[in-house]
Design a protein around this ligand. Sequence first.
Ligand code: 13P
Ligand code: SF4
Length: 347
Amino acid sequence: MIATEDAIEVEAERLLRSMMHVECDPRGRKWNLETCREIAPLTLEINRLKQEKGAVILAHSYVEPEIIYGVADYRGDSYFLSLKARDSQAKMIVFAGVVFMAETAKILSPEAMVVVPDRGSGCSLADSITGEDVRKLKGLYPDATVVCYINSTAEVKAESDVCVTSGNVYHIVSNLPARRILFVPDRLMGQNLRDELKRRGVDKEIITSDGTCMVHDEFTPADIAEARVRFPGLKVVAHPECTPEVARAADFVGSTGAMMKYVKTTGAPYFLMLTECGLVGRLQVETPEKTFIGGCRLCPYMKLNSLEKVRDVLRAPRPDQVVVLDEQIRQRAARCIDRMFELSPAE
Ligand code: 13P
Ligand code: SF4
């Protein structure tokens, strides 16, 4: 069905109202009526296909703004999106994010067809460790409670006792009965966890594996020091996948959802966001009165998502775009994620 000129115009105006403040566009585009008109036929088609297929689109905050504001039903961090996947009644879930997030959706919503726009959307953390590696580590530390960051494969979750996200890691690990914790796969988050538990006076031994996020491990304390000199009154906001040196030098450390909340509720002349640039795009839309400084770091995996691929996967998913999990692994991984829901702090 071809959209009429009028429908395209109304859609372009809707898109522009959302996206006109986006300056951190990954492809350097400026959103004006003309560029919004170019994508309007696609967003109209995707929104129509969603209805036709009984589909819902979940989008992580790092994907491109035209997906987040043009077609997504829910947008947010890993924890929020896993709750939405768990509670979804949709026949089909399109996950615009990375593959481990879509796997998590399938673990929690096994009846739904869960699809990814691009099967290549991995994650340097999730790809750093296998289920077999975790089994070996468990052999070395048989008394440890195994905690996996949600940025891990279904196989790794199946080998773990409890899953955590960047938003609940400190709370959940503090409250586990075991003293010895095997934390996989993020070495830097594990080090930040060690620091935070010490600060809270919680006595735990944290053993980590060796993964890092290829985006967050690049920020340095020098970036912060230099920005503080140039922008007095600056607030520095970091993700816990950053190095401990960066986390210690920041004013606030939290999940992408918590980072957004912090910016929305903090008065400051400037903000430096030490995370993937998509989050700055979201903040420019949702807090247009705030000023963000600093360059853009992109997650190449998140940026594999596009409106065209979302449309194509909705029209007719190829086998490689459909998430399929071994049922035994799914059930064991579901136990590990359910444990996270039980132990998470109330919102
Ligand atoms: P959040 O859950 O904080 O959004 O983090 C996901 C992620 O991949 C960060 O790099
Ligand atoms: Fe993985 Fe880092 Fe990309 Fe997040 S930003 S999906 S942790 S590679």
